[in-house]
Design a protein around this ligand. Structure first.
Ligand code: NDP
Length: 262
């Protein structure tokens, strides 16, 4: 099926690694032009090399999604070089492994700032271009934590729930501009986040065994962590103009984690 993404321009935040990079790659495979950002110039350059895409298809920019001015410059440059913006994937970020008793006031403030600025800054910057697109789609990368909070990730769970709520409001607010807004809620996806945690745990257990134990501990029905390309598939589907009647909803990509049917 032709997803109708050829020559459309999609901004993906945090595309130098993991889910963001897999999404960049999948969009390039569909013939889209992609712009992506991250804080580390070296990682961005290595990621761009890995895709094999030329400057006419892939634009990179160093910026922190918490910094509205630099996000705005990055999105404006994208629109100028590629002739507009048709889609936005708010992906950049990470989770915070903290419970109630070890979460400081700074943890709460930083977590809420990252999660909300990570959606609102790129959206404000891209909105005029998205409104002019005629087939605009925003995908917010979220977590099943938004619906099934974990006490060991208390700040992230609360922030994620807020972002899911915000996404619903945005879908209603932006429908008049022809902009669809949806969420993709992740379970445990095998990316840099988990390799870093495995290294930090220093348990001596091989990574594959550690992953299998993790999946069992968290009740993942499929018994394994997901792959970033398995998330990218859902993101690309929501970005496609063929998903023109899908807005204000969320898709879980989580291997059947948990017992909730909501
Ligand atoms: P990775 O750590 O592999 O990639 C994160 C990407 O975001 C990198 O490109 C990183 O680049 C960039 N990034 C991080 N912080 C910022 C920032 N402030 N400004 C700009 N770019 C930033 O993570 P994942 O692929 O695993 O995660 C992607 C998203 O999915 C995140 O929002 C994460 O919280 C969410 N998620 C992931 C889950 C998982 O199991 N992997 C589960 C649930 C949600 P750089 O560091 O150079 O800035």
């Amino acid at each position: 099926m032709d997803l109708g993404l050829a020559d459309r321009t999609i901004v993906v935040t945090g595309g130098s690694s993991g889910v963001g990079l897999a999404t960049v790659r999948a969009l390039l495979d569909e013939g889209a032009r992609v712009a992506t950002c991250g804080r580390d110039a070296g990682r961005l350059a290595r990621a761009a090399d890995w895709t094999g895409a030329g400057h006419d298809r892939l634009l990179t920019g160093v910026c922190d999604v918490r910094d509205a001015a630099s996000v705005s410059r990055f999105v404006r440059r994208t629109a100028e070089e590629f002739g507009g913006v048709d889609g936005l994937v708010n992906n950049a970020g990470q989770s915070r492994m903290k419970g109630l008793d070890d979460s400081t006031a700074d943890d709460w403030r930083d977590e809420l700032e990252l999660k909300f600025a990570g959606v609102l800054n790129p959206l404000h910057a891209a909105r005029p271009y998205l409104a002019a697109s005629g087939a605009a789609s925003v995908v917010n990368i979220n977590a099943v934590l938004a619906k099934q909070p974990e006490t060991r990730l208390i700040t992230t769970s609360a922030a994620r729930a807020g972002i899911l709520n915000l996404s619903k409001s945005l879908s209603a607010e932006l429908a008049g501009d022809g902009i669809r807004v949806n969420s993709v809620c992740l379970g445990l996806i095998d990316t840099g986040q988990w390799t870093r945690r495995h290294a930090a745990a220093g348990s001596g257990t091989a990574y594959e065994d550690w992953q299998a134990e993790l999946a069992a501990d968290r009740g993942v029905a499929l018994g394994r962590l997901g792959r970033a390309d398995e998330v990218a598939y859902a993101v690309v589907a929501l970005l496609s103009p063929r998903a023109s009647y899908i807005t204000g909803t969320s898709i879980d990509v989580c291997g059947g984690i948990g017992r909730s049917i909501l």
